[in-house]
Design a binder for this molecule. Structure first.
Ligand SMILES: Cc1cc2nc3c(=O)[nH]c(=O)nc-3n(C[C@H](O)[C@H](O)[C@H](O)COP(=O)(O)OP(=O)(O)OC[C@H]3O[C@@H](n4cnc5c(N)ncnc54)[C@H](O)[C@@H]3O)c2cc1C
Length: 409
């Protein structure tokens, strides 16, 4: 194991591994990553892998677009498949207001050169014959996004970073970090100390506890998050193409095709938090007990939108931890009170935004300024005094918002 590096990344999920990849790709090959267990052993291994380009925040769209680009580049360099399915996505408009918002986003996507259009109900039915469109006002269609295999993508990023000279140490928990008088950082791990000029905390909800001894109160908390996978659906089996992912604010859920069935992820109105008193030390690659009673309304609404969902039969329910900040956006950038300390944590759509966020951060670290102006993700934006109660209330509101769009953007 290396004991002296330019950058030490703590956490080997999709985000930390993407950061290592981008640092190595940009020439900072004297970088290392330590992971508590195996790569992906936090939230990444059980994620659905959705990577859409659609989102209400114009500024975030570049991070979404950069992510698919990153994973495909890592696949090409490493030879390891990232399992990208370019199905495209449909964000259905359930109100005239949503339709108007979708129309207003056109210029943004044109400026970024991302294929985007607002389509009518007959096009929705052609692309996705299972969608009930009677009450819809069309949909926003992003034809070139889709989903990746989160584990495959992480392994491709890791392999590519290693090929460029970066180092990954698995089964190596960081247990303490302190800044030395010369400004460097000393990270204590269970396999020995590592000195680094820069440290990136990419440990998701664990970052909160890692940073506490430095006097930092980083508002990162975990909710439970359900996804269900159905058995085969005859309508999907009969098609020659994989249907686009669908997102719907009325159901507050996203649904994509998984083999010949559906994979649906849900945002609940009353989210359940996990481990508010601290992440259990013995937490491994675990899921929580499913509680589908909480999803009854969402299931009923989903069956209205996708009648075929009712016939398919649920085969698997995953209920896993998801990391949140009080505004639902990640924490990305330097911690100003601690030069050389950087955050890449707080991702609730880390597969969708991880690769692009890592490019953004690596550029900032190497060139001293961010790749583009994106203050909504800055690491210090919550200050240091936000109470747990206040953070939880804000997270509840974000989670409950689900796929509902802000009134105006
Ligand atoms: C059911 C479900 C479905 C989801 N579906 C999607 C989806 O379709 N699309 C999407 O974009 N997102 C999805 N997500 C969210 C996604 O899983 C996360 O946003 C993403 O995995 C976060 O990646 P990360 O690298 O920040 O965190 P993690 O994957 O949690 O990685 C953090 C890593 O840090 C390591 N670590 C912690 N402490 C230490 C330490 N002290 N020393 C060393 N290592 C440490 C952990 O072991 C872990 O491997 C889903 C989540 C759930 C629960």
């Amino acid at each position: 194991m290396k004991s002296d590096v330019q950058v030490l990344v703590i956490g080997g999920g999709i985000v930390g591994t993407s950061v290592l990849y981008w640092l190595a790709k940009k020439g900072w090959t004297d970088s290392a990553l330590v992971e508590r267990r195996e790569l992906t052993s936090g939230s990444t291994w059980h994620a659905a892998g959705n990577t859409t380009y659609f989102g209400p925040y114009a500024e975030m769209t570049q991070l979404f677009a950069g992510s698919i680009r990153t994973y495909l580049a890592a696949e090409e360099h490493s030879g390891q498949s990232v399992g990208f399915h370019q199905t495209g996505s449909l964000r259905v408009a359930t109100t005239e207001h949503e339709r108007a918002l979708f129309n207003s986003y056109q210029a943004r996507y044109d400026a970024l050169n991302i294929p985007y259009s607002v389509v009518e109900n007959d096009t929705i039915r052609n692309l996705h014959p299972c969608i009930e469109t009677d009450d819809l006002f069309g949909a926003a269609h992003t034809p070139t996004d889709g989903h990746v295999d989160p584990s495959g993508a992480t392994q491709a990023l890791a392999k590519s970073a290693r090929l460029r000279g970066a180092h990954i140490e698995r089964w190596c928990p960081a247990v303490g970090l302190a800044q030395e008088s010369d400004g460097s950082w000393l990270v204590e791990t269970e396999k020995g100390d590592i000195r680094a000029k820069h440290v990136v905390l990419a440990a998701s909800f664990w970052t909160r506890e890692l940073a506490q001894p430095l006097g930092l109160n980083i508002p990162l908390y975990a909710t439970q998050h359900h996804e269900v996978i159905t058995g085969a659906v005859p309508e999907l089996q009969a098609l020659k193409h994989e249907v686009p992912a669908m997102r719907d604010s009325y159901v507050s859920c996203s649904v994509r095709q998984e083999k010949h069935g559906f994979l649906a992820g849900f945002y609940e109105d009353d989210p359940v938090f996990w481990a508010l008193d601290g992440i259990p030390k013995d937490f491994t690659e675990e899921l929580f007990a499913p509680d589908t009673d909480r999803l009854t309304t969402a299931f009923e609404r989903l069956m209205e939108r996708l009648p075929a969902f009712a016939e398919a039969g649920i085969q698997t329910v995953n209920n896993g931890p998801m990391c949140w900040t009080p505004d639902g956006l990640p924490l990305l950038g330097p911690v100003n009170r601690h030069p050389g300390l950087w955050l890449a944590s707080g991702f609730n759509v880390g597969i969708g935004t991880g690769g692009g966020s890592a490019e953004f951060l690596a550029h900032w670290m190497i060139h001293g300024e961010p790749l583009f102006n994106l203050p909504i993700v800055h690491a210090d934006r919550f200050g240091n005094d936000l109470s747990t109660e206040a953070a939880i209330e804000s997270i509840k509101a974000c989670y409950r918002q689900g796929y509902r769009l802000p009134q105006s953007i």
